[in-house]
Design a protein. Structure first.
Length: 244
């Protein structure tokens, strides 16, 4: 059973937390620019939150892939209720063998930190590279490996806490997340720490150019709101982009 099968509904509810819209969604779509007409793969699509937004933003075709059968069930249920033409596949991204040029754009929101080893990260990245047309981009979010938590660090007012080792983390150390949803419900999961230089090397070795961490940005309407200062000073998650 995949880690997210037991928390799929709670994870979907966490998309109501204010940071999801004001920072996560805003930063992603700023990074993506115009997606109209693009063929998109949404790797680790979860319940299809971004899959659907990408299709609504005008992508020609969007396929979501996730290893959690429950996440895919929720995504397909939403597609059945409100059809947009998104399609979904339940698979481990590492097992995919995409046809070259399947996608103009690969979105990977919180996939890469499920690699607990450099080899697994490289495998994820090679799959993304193989899927892309030359010049196509890989854009996503990740745990902020530049600022691993020492022990427990709270972003409680935004709905999350993270726990890492008390000393500097080693490759593959788990980073535990605990979310508190707007309705007070809590859920937990873990991903894995790899060093920033491991990401740099793996992107290069997989054949990407211009890999960089993009940081996070706040939607313009919130920029005078001091509520966001702590998040922006120490972002728990971070966007990145690279080009094939
Ligand atoms: C934090 S959730 C993000 C879901 C979605 N991208 C979003 O932003 O709403 C991480 C997702 O990654 C999926 N996942 C983890 N490892 C995976 C793998 N090896 N292949 C495919 N999906 C994976 C999980 O099942 C989960 O749905």
């Amino acid at each position: 059973m995949a880690q997210y099968d037991a928390i799929a509904e709670a994870y979907q509810d966490s998309k109501q937390l204010p940071f999801r819209k004001a920072i996560e969604r805003y930063t992603l779509f700023e990074a993506l620019g115009d997606v109209r007409g693009l063929k998109v793969l949404d790797m680790a699509c979860g319940a299809g939150f971004y899959t659907r937004l990408l299709k609504r933003a005008g992508a020609a075709a969007v396929t979501g892939i996730d290893v959690s059968a429950e996440m895919i069930r929720l995504a397909e249920r939403e597609e059945a209720r409100n059809p947009l033409g998104c399609s979904y596949v339940c698979r481990d991204v590492a097992d995919l063998e995409p046809e070259p040029g399947t996608a103009d754009l690969v979105v990977a929101m919180y996939l890469l930190h499920y690699a607990g080893t450099r080899d697994k990260l490289l495998r994820f990245l090679r799959v993304c590279r193989d899927a892309l047309e030359p010049g196509g981009r890989l854009v996503g979010f990740n745990d902020n490996v530049m600022r691993p938590p020492r022990g427990t660090v709270s972003w409680r007012k935004y709905g999350l806490e993270k726990t890492g080792p008390l000393s500097a983390p080693n490759e593959g150390d788990p980073i535990h997340y605990r979310f508190t949803n707007p309705d007070g419900g809590q859920f937990e999961f873990h991903n894995f720490f790899l060093k920033p230089e491991t990401y740099d090397d793996a992107f290069r070795e997989a054949g990407f150019r211009g890999f960089r961490w993009l940081g996070v940005s706040l939607e313009p309407g919130e920029r005078n709101n001091p509520f966001w200062d702590d998040f922006l000073d120490n972002p728990p998650v971070i966007a990145y982009a690279a080009t094939k």
